[in-house]
Design a protein around this ligand. Structure first.
Ligand code: COA
Length: 322
């Protein structure tokens, strides 16, 4: 039985950190409002020369170092982003060339904040069918470049960053129970108008700005995440109390608390980085995962649930044993 094992992780943030108080000098908001409604205290904003591709490359290099894998051994790069460096080519190919592992498979996946879950599921399926032996799965974003900085209901919520993991296909009898065990993905295009960008190459010819009906997104997120988490638990044949860590998409602390409550898990089992990074869309899950691995919380043998929900709507969850 071939399973995809997570053998390394890395992350990258822009140099510039912007606190809520600094943001309040530019838009009509307060530190109190942002902290109380979202849990966000600060975010990192890409400066000149920092792009989705450069952040992704830095995160990928750290993940390769962490895994002890040479770039030459990477046959597949799947990069999740809604803010690519260019409309095309895929930012994954830029990363591939920067790493010097030219010639393998490299492409982008676009599922907004669920992008990393979609990318990991795609890479997992390709590894298990033998299309590559080792893959880099990256989530990287520069949402600061598609924010309307006059719109206080959205611009306070997002930040830039990147996270990456190395997956390796290992053939075994499955008795160690390690690797990606179960994944479920969903999308429902009926809700596209609740969270979208008002531009694109084939419509306005402009990049556009992010638009969101936050309260309605919030309501759907709590319901959809509870459902998909239940599906993955059923598929894997485990109960919620067996989960060691949940690594959720970091949109809003209140969504994370509500999800933990629905699962009947203590809030301490949730990896929470939204206060430090804000919502970094497809980067948020691998960024949070890397933080919790590097600070020693997530250890070998732990059962880790990844989950995310984003524009589309898209949502999904994946369970892995470290
Ligand atoms: N600073 C101060 N006041 C603000 C504000 C800001 N940055 N943004 C909005 N407000 C005001 C609103 O204008 C509104 O004022 P009003 O009552 O006078 O009209 C009030 O705060 C409440 O707004 P509301 O949108 O109802 O707040 P909320 O409690 O729903 O919180 C979000 C707003 C966006 C934080 C919350 O809905 C959310 O997190 N939604 C999910 C977003 C999400 O997860 N998106 C990504 C999914 S991938």
């Amino acid at each position: 039985m071939i399973r995809s094992h997570i053998i390394g992780s890395g992350s990258a943030l822009p140099a510039k950190c912007v606190s809520n108080a600094e943001l309040a000098e530019r838009v009509d908001t307060t530190d109190e409002w942002i902290v109380e409604r979202t849990g966000i205290r600060q975010r990192f904003i890409a400066g000149e020369g920092e792009t989705t591709g450069s952040l992704a490359t830095e995160a990928a290099r750290k993940a390769l170092d962490d895994a002890g894998v040479d770039a030459q051994d990477i046959g597949l790069i799947v990069l999740a982003t809604a803010t690519p460096d260019q409309t095309f080519p895929a930012t994954a190919t830029t990363v591939q060339h920067a790493l010097g592992c030219n010639g393998g498979v490299a492409f982008d996946v676009q599922a907004v904040c669920s992008g990393f879950l979609y990318a990991m599921a795609t890479a997992d399926a390709m590894l298990r069918t033998g299309m590559a032996r080792r893959a880099l799965v990256i989530g990287a974003e520069t949402f600061s470049r598609i924010l309307d900085w006059e719109d206080r209901t959205t611009c306070v919520l997002f930040g830039d960053g990147a996270g990456a993991i190395v997956l390796e296909a290992r053939d075994g009898d499955g008795t160690d129970g390690a690797g990606i065990l179960a994944t479920r993905l969903h999308a429902d295009g009926a809700y596209s108008e609740l969270l979208y960008v008002d531009g694109g190459p084939s419509t306005t010819g402009e990049v556009g700005k992010l638009r969101m009906k936050g309260r309605e997104v919030f309501r759907h997120a709590v319901v959809n995440l509870a459902e998909v988490l239940g599906e993955v638990l059923d598929d894997a044949g485990i109960v919620a109390s067996e989960i060691d860590w949940i690594v959720p998409h970091q949109a809003n602390l209140r969504i994370l608390d509500a999800t933990a409550r629905k699962l009947g898990l203590p809030a301490e089992r949730m990896v929470v980085t939204v206060g430090d990074h804000a919502n970094t869309s497809a980067a948020s899950v691998p960024l949070a995962f890397d933080v919790a691995r590097k600070d020693g919380r997530i250890k070998a043998g732990d059962l880790v649930m990844f989950e995310a929900m984003g524009g589309g709507f898209t949502w999904g969850a994946s369970l892995a044993r470290m």
